[in-house]
Design a protein around this ligand. Structure first.
Ligand SMILES: Cc1ncc(COP(=O)(O)O)c(C=O)c1O
Length: 370
């Protein structure tokens, strides 16, 4: 039996072991564990990669969202239009700054439905928070147009989309601010938690820089009550090494995705991920839609193939957000996709014969069509 995991962090480490070990040793020998030149160098490289002037490393992607919201003036009394088809952190950050998430449906690209976003703007709306889910950029142009017309800020949740492009531009450079997670399994992942806020706006960058470091403007001078949410220097050193490989890794992900899509396109009842000429998807996850998802997932597991469901219960149906008063069918598309989505193994070191093997196993277990 060929065992295939959903992601393989060890396989990736082994390809860059010498570089990583040397970078970690250097930080440890320098005993510069918080802040310093290595962090600054990573921030500069990541800003350049995202095609923006500013990147600020923070403790994790959730804090990136929270600090970006605060820096953009989102707080109690504000409404933030976002999606329910995402990881909980997107809405958690909104609630944690005292604002109210307003959930809208996604379309077939699994990203924010623009018409729905337009319909949910109220006098209390302060921000639009689209998610580039699975590595697929949201349709940013109309969302930014909507925001401009209504005086709103746009904050991109780019936690799953390092390096993706929308109409030629890098995600992270499109909104007022963008938030990245460096959780280990992400396309650019640390060896622990990490995150960053990137922006074209100097004031937002300065504000996040201050908030992540106890509201400090200089040693022992605290302008605001902030947070301790800095990106560890050890993680910055690891991320700096990995950033040098990211373009190549994303290219490999796209190659695997193209092979999956070519093989799967011949199978009825399998909906493939979006493939728009306007966007460059980076396939953090390769997600299909199929009937009888749970049965197929179990069959693949028995065949040694690990899959995932991102995510099985939409946020508007989660106990944590019950106070917002949504019913499951308020967001019919979100509700429907949650029971049909399946994430297939995806990582740059995946081999071509493994993709063939996964598709063959899937084919074998799909219900017969009439
Ligand atoms: C879409 C999305 N937003 C936010 C986050 C939060 O990032 P972190 O886990 O680094 O706090 C994640 C990561 O899991 C995510 O997938």
């Amino acid at each position: 039996m060929m065992n295939i995991p959903l992601n393989d962090l060890k396989a990736q480490y082994l390809t860059i072991k010498d570089e990583i070990d040397a970078a970690m040793n250097e930080v440890i020998l320098n005993c510069s564990f918080v802040g310093g030149k290595t962090l600054e160098a990573f921030e500069r490289s990541f800003a350049e990669f995202c095609e923006v002037p500013y990147a600020v490393g923070v403790g994790n992607g959730t804090d990136a969202l929270q600090l970006a919201l605060m820096a953009c003036g989102v707080g109690p009394g504000s409404e933030v239009i976002t999606v329910s088809h995402t990881f909980t952190a997107t809405a958690e950050a909104v609630v944690n700054v005292g604002a109210r998430p307003v959930f809208v449906d996604v379309d077939d690209s699994y990203t924010m439905n623009v018409d729905q976003a337009a319909r949910h703007i109220t006098p209390r709306t302060k921000a639009i928070l689209p998610v580039h889910l699975y590595g697929q950029p949201a349709d940013m142009e109309p969302l930014i147009g909507l925001a401009k017309k209504n005086g709103l800020v746009v904050i991109e949740d780019a936690a799953q989309a390092h390096g993706a492009r929308y109409k030629g531009k890098r995600v992270g450079s499109l909104g007022d601010a963008a938030c990245f997670s460096f959780y280990p399994g992400k396309n650019l992942g640390a060896y622990g938690d990490g995150g960053a806020v990137v922006t074209n706006n100097q004031e937002i960058a300065q504000s996040v820089r201050m908030l992540r470091d106890h509201g400090r403007t200089q040693k022992y001078i605290h302008k605001k009550t902030g947070f301790n949410s800095r990106l560890d220097t050890l993680q910055a050193a690891i991320l700096r090494v990995k950033l040098g490989h990211l373009e190549e890794w994303n290219k490999l992900r796209r190659t695997h995705a193209a092979l999956y899509s070519r093989l799967l396109s011949k199978i009825p009842n399998v909906a493939l991920p979006p493939n728009s000429p306007d966007t460059e998807h980076v396939y953090h996850l390769y997600v299909i839609r199929i009937p009888d998802r749970d049965k197929i997932q179990a069959a693949l597991k028995s065949a040694g193939i690990q899959t995932g469901i991102h995510y099985p219960l939409p946020l508007h149906e989660q106990p944590a957000y019950a106070f917002l008063g949504y019913r499951p069918d308020d967001l019919p598309h979100t509700h429907a996709v949650a029971s049909e989505i399946l994430s297939l193994p995806m990582y740059s070191e995946l081999a071509e014969d493994q993709v063939h093997h996964i598709v063959a196993a899937l084919k074998q277990n799909l219900p017969a069509t009439s």
